[in-house]
Ligand binder design. Structure first.
Ligand code: APR
Ligand code: PHB
Length: 395
């Protein structure tokens, strides 16, 4: 039998960041992860960090490489009807910005920091089960190399993603789920080619939405809206590049540098929130509690937002005896989660082509585009959400 203060289930960005911040605060944690570190690092995810996320990574002491290699972006670009519309994020938000630094790199830096500390992580666990979350003595059991293990703790952080066990171990009748599945997916391609444009481009086109993103000055990430029925095997690199060009204005299509793909995959789009995000001593964090479509670049940032609140609440509990804050986690986290859901939903609606929209709804979508992108007020609301809304103070 093991003992710790906080058991963290899942070593994705949520679990690792929470673990690092708690470790720095002198709080003991055990992280258990189903996969191997290599598998976790093999997942290609988004790459835009809000400044609040950047600050949190600095606070966690894992920002050295990010501050060296990350690219500060002061703007993004939209394209509608072939017209390019720059959105000067910094100008519209009092100097705020976002950073381009891949989630895979964030995870790598966090893993390295964890390895260099004496805080324990167990990879390759199975049969993870949560016990007595409502009691004063919660515990987690799991199997590692055929051996049965049990850890007693004060709290459990469910950082195990959308398909994890944490949310599923809460009785159905005390939670409520809100979900909307979108009628298309994103086909992504990663390549070691220079990005087509210095800023990210979010482009609407009759053939479907396009995102021109990047990981560095020499690595690009592009996405195409595709029907859900599409198979990735049907997309050779050549076909991808040709389709991308057909959805971009001529001057950009001409500048596009193509090359071999390093990765290509199709992801469905989902909006999902569970309420509340806590059950007794169990707290849900990140994708375990909510999913956003990627159009707002909010997935990782909302995970960091949850971590921000939970880390502060637990630190106040251990350092100042503040038991009263524990019950506030779900509400604090959800206030910001729903705003992130709203923005991701708004951006997804604004930019995609919806096959079965009525003619009236198409006109509304068009009017939305004109309104938001032709007025300073419209652009400002997009900008302030994109760079990230402020965190609430905890106690
Ligand atoms: N036991 C232990 N670990 C588990 C279990 C389990 N039963 N189930 C899942 N896991 C692990 C997964 O293998 C994964 O490594 O939990 C981790 C969850 O990581 P993520 O799915 O990356 O979720 P999170 O850390 O919340 O990160 C959120 O990831 O999906 C993106 O857009 C999202 O950027 C956001 C970020
Ligand atoms: C990415 O670089 O993968 C990315 C960037 C912005 C988004 C979504 C994905 O909105």
């Amino acid at each position: 039998m093991m003992k710790t203060q906080v058991t963290i289930i899942g070593a994705g960005p949520s679990g690792l960041l929470l673990g690092q911040l708690l470790h720095k605060a002198g709080i003991r944690t055990l992280i258990i992860e189903r996969q191997t570190p290599e598998y976790v690092l093999g997942r290609i995810r988004a790459g835009i960090l809000e400044s609040g996320t950047v600050d949190l990574l600095r606070e966690a002491g894992v920002a050295k490489r990010m501050d060296r290699e990350g690219l500060i972006h002061h703007g993004v670009e939209f394209i509608f009807d072939g017209k390019r519309i720059p959105v000067p994020l910094s100008e519209l938000t009092d100097g705020k910005n976002v950073m381009v630094y891949g989630q895979t790199e964030v995870t790598r830096d966090l893993m390295q920091a964890r390895n260099e500390s004496d805080a324990p992580t167990i990879y390759g666990v199975s049969q993870v089960m949560i016990h007595d979350a409502k009691s004063d003595r919660p515990s987690v059991t799991f199997e590692k190399d055929g051996e049965h293990c049990r850890v007693e703790c004060d709290f459990i952080a469910g950082c195990d993603g959308f398909h994890g066990v944490s949310r599923q171990s809460i009785p159905r009748d005390v939670i409520r789920e809100y979900e909307s599945v979108w009628p298309f997916g994103w086909l992504g391609l990663l390549a070691d080619t220079p990005p087509v444009n210095p800023e990210l481009i979010y482009a609407h086109h009759q053939r479907g939405f396009v995102l021109c993103s990047q990981r560095s000055l020499t690595r690009s990430r592009y996405y195409l809206q595709v029907p859900l029925s599409e198979q990735v095997e049907a997309w050779s690199d050549e076909r991808f590049w040709a389709e991308l060009k057909s959805r971009l204005p001529h001057e950009l299509a001409e500048k596009l540098v193509t090359g071999h793909s390093l990765e290509k995959s199709i992801a469905p789009l989902r909006s999902y929130v569970v309420e509340p995000m806590q059950y007794g001593k169990l707290f849900l964090v990140g994708d375990a509690a909510h999913i956003v479509p990627p159009t707002g670049a909010k997935g990782l940032n909302l995970a960091a937002s949850d971590v921000n609140y939970l880390w502060r609440i637990l630190t106040q509990y251990y350092h100042a005896g503040r038991t009263d804050l524990l019950a506030r986690y779900s509400q604090l986290a959800l206030n910001r989660v729903w705003k992130g859901e709203r923005f991701s939903w708004f951006m997804t609606h604004l930019l995609h082509d919806f096959q079965d929209k009525s003619e009236f709804d198409r006109k509304m979508q068009e009017a939305d585009r004109h309104y938001y992108l032709e007025s300073v007020a419209g652009l400002t609301t997009i900008a302030e959400n994109y760079v990230g809304l402020p965190f609430e103070n905890v106690g």
